[in-house]
Design a protein around this ligand. Structure first.
Ligand code: ATP
Length: 582
């Protein structure tokens, strides 16, 4: 496919904020895409080059893109920066500057989506001496052949910031519209922007099937390729497979134990809610793999967990869900999540890290056993399998502590005990509940004592003064509305002056500095990427921020490097919490 075709689709998507219209545009694109291109197109339309579970990041900075634009157009980096300040988006800068150039060189080679995809995918493989120049060369080469509109989107794709607003729901629905049109005949009324499938029931079933395929594969590209190849038969073949990560099930929140019972039914299972990080553990034969909540593979970082799994889980093939909690090897005391996050990213000295910062794995669910899919089995049956195959070893690998009860008093004693030993709270789980990947369903609810914290993304900051000079301080926070971020307050409290004391201004400054989009006096705008967990006394209505809300006494709790931008707290949660506190 010509890249210019894709670029005009991006432009059409950018022009509308209506979800159905976006879905319609995408479905038309899918319809004319060939089987060999579909997985790439599905990724590119989301501004991605790798599926969700692939941890590869392009890692291209704004500076590098400026140099590439300069090489492609012959315009100086200083001039490009000037334009960037005016336009606030390097994509638009590239578009404008390439316009000037293309008047001079009218005959350039036509870009294809394949070429853009393949060349950009080379970027993360380049490492070591000379790699920066090679990266600049690859991007500059694409920009030299690009027409202005194409340049806009090449640059935005490189920077992993496409800004066309395509959510995964639109991809899912567009796949049904595009490939099952004969069966459900979806009519789209361009004027009214409404849809009406001929057979609503069948349509909903197909939407669910595509969603389920995605939850099992965590990659719409593969789901699309299978559907295009096999039609409905694909759903039978998009199955759970040990070794390929699945979207984990999420839980809702109950305000107290009484509500928890009402929501999940009586009797139910109560478990400790461990405060660590989620670990999905796969085993097939001799191969064991570990994935985070975001489905990044972290097998190499946790050699001791591999050993525990080999020794204490007696089965050849399975997928487990668990929470890994760090502890101090000298005192045996459990550590907050923050102390462990360094292990997730660590690439060297791994054995030493495993000794200095060991983890205990608390297994709480099983999704597949001996190749059999357990997702539709009731929770109590899944738990029985866990009890059968796991030999618990304290401070290594254990089963999540559980009681089954219908008695509020017993539940309260269990809850108090959980808090006393330093856990976050408890989970209450429906005994008959299935495992629904990728959804925040009510088969389980969490009960925690504190006001629910928010996961917010940093979108701005101020250069500090006095003893904080040289550091970014006073971080502007935003919640999410669809794929937009709305400001909700500023935080400076809870961040440490000294590195030994925890997350420091210096550490945050180092993370935020490369993400600065623009500066005005002491104020900077920051590309949304760094997510932090924030506590507060109260949520108030406020005209100061574009979310319409403000946080009273916000306090930094921890960095949430395990969360993706799509996990940033939604404005609807803020609204619910606001109403709930009254
Ligand atoms: P939080 O910030 O409160 O951890 P979250 O958004 O990360 O919430 P939720 O689905 O709201 O995720 O809460 C459940 C999380 O709690 C799981 O993702 C898991 O990491 C953790 N957890 C700890 N113990 C358990 C348990 N026994 N059963 C299920 N999840 C548990």
């Amino acid at each position: 496919m010509r890249y210019s075709e894709l670029a005009s689709i991006y432009e059409a998507l950018e022009k509308t904020s209506k979800r159905l219209e976006k879905t319609f545009i995408i479905s038309k694109l899918f319809k004319k895409t060939k089987e060999e291109d579909i997985d790439k197109i599905v990724l590119l339309i989301q501004g991605k080059l790798f599926p969700l579970w692939n941890e590869t990041k392009l890692g291209v900075s704004d500076r590098l893109v400026i140099k590439a634009i300069s090489v492609a157009t012959g315009i100086s980096p200083a001039k490009i920066e000037e334009e960037w300040k005016k336009l606030g988006d390097l994509g638009l800068v590239a578009e404008k500057l390439v316009t000037k150039k293309s008047q001079a060189t009218l005959f350039s080679k036509e870009l294809t989506t394949e070429k853009v995809f393949n060349n950009l995918r080379k970027l993360p493989t380049l490492e070591g001496a000379g790699s920066v120049d090679q990266k600049i060369k690859i991007i500059a080469e694409l920009l030299s052949s690009a027409k202005p509109l194409e340049a806009r989107y090449v640059v935005r794709t490189v920077l992993e910031d496409l800004r066309v607003g395509v959510g995964s729901g639109s991809i899912r629905d567009a796949l049904v519209w595009a490939f099952f049109d004969k069966k459900v005949r979806v009519h789209y009324d361009e004027k009214e922007k409404t849809i009406s499938p001929d057979n609503r029931e069948e349509y909903n079933k197909l939407v669910d099937a595509v969603q389920h395929g995605f939850d099992l594969k965590a990659d719409y590209g593969e789901v699309a390729r299978m559907i295009l190849k096999k039609g409905e038969k694909a759903f039978g073949e998009l199955t759970l497979e040990s070794g390929s990560p699945i979207n984990v099930m999420l839980y809702q929140k109950a305000k107290d134990l009484k509500e928890a019972f009402e929501r999940v039914g009586k009797p139910c299972a109560l478990e400790y809610k461990y405060d660590g990080f989620r670990m999905q553990i796969h085993k097939k034969g001799n191969i064991i793999k570990i994935f985070t909540r975001r489905l990044d593979e972290v097998t190499k970082q946790f050699p001791e967990v591999i050993e525990y799994v080999k020794k204490f889980v007696n089965a050849k093939e399975f997928i487990l869900d668990s929470e890994a909690v760090g502890f101090n090897p000298k005192t045996g005391k459990y550590l907050p999540f923050q102390a462990m996050s360094q292990r997730i990213k660590r690439k060297y000295d791994i054995d030493k890290m495993a000794k200095d910062f060991p983890v205990e794995v608390n297994v709480f669910d099983i999704m597949s056993y001996h190749g059999k899919n357990l997702l539709k089995e009731p929770f109590n049956k899944r738990r029985k399998i866990l009890e059968k195959i796991i030999t618990p070893h304290k401070k290594k690998l254990v089963l999540a502590k559980q009681i089954i009860t219908d008695d509020l008093k017993k539940a309260q004693i269990f809850y108090k005990e959980a808090l006393k030993v330093g856990e976050e709270g408890v989970m209450a789980k429906n005994l008959e509940g299935i495992y629904k990947p990728g959804s925040r369903v009510g088969y389980g609810v969490k009960v925690k004592p504190v006001m629910e914290s928010l996961d917010l993304v940093i979108v701005g900051a101020e250069w500090g003064t006095g003893k904080r000079s040289g550091w970014l301080t006073s971080y502007v926070l935003a919640c999410r509305k669809g794929d937009k971020f709305l400001e909700i307050g500023k935080v400076g409290t809870g961040i440490k002056e000294l590195e030994e004391q925890g997350v420091s201004f210096k550490e945050l400054t180092m993370k935020l500095n490369p993400l600065i989009i623009s500066e005005e006096g002491k104020t900077v705008r920051i590309k949304p990427e760094i997510i932090i967990e924030v506590k507060y006394e109260e949520i108030q209505k406020s005209p100061t921020y574009d979310s319409g809300y403000a946080l009273r006494f916000p306090r930094f709790v921890r960095l949430r490097e395990d969360k993706a931008l799509s996990d940033v707290s939604d404005i609807s949660l803020v609204e619910d919490l606001y109403k709930g506190q009254k």
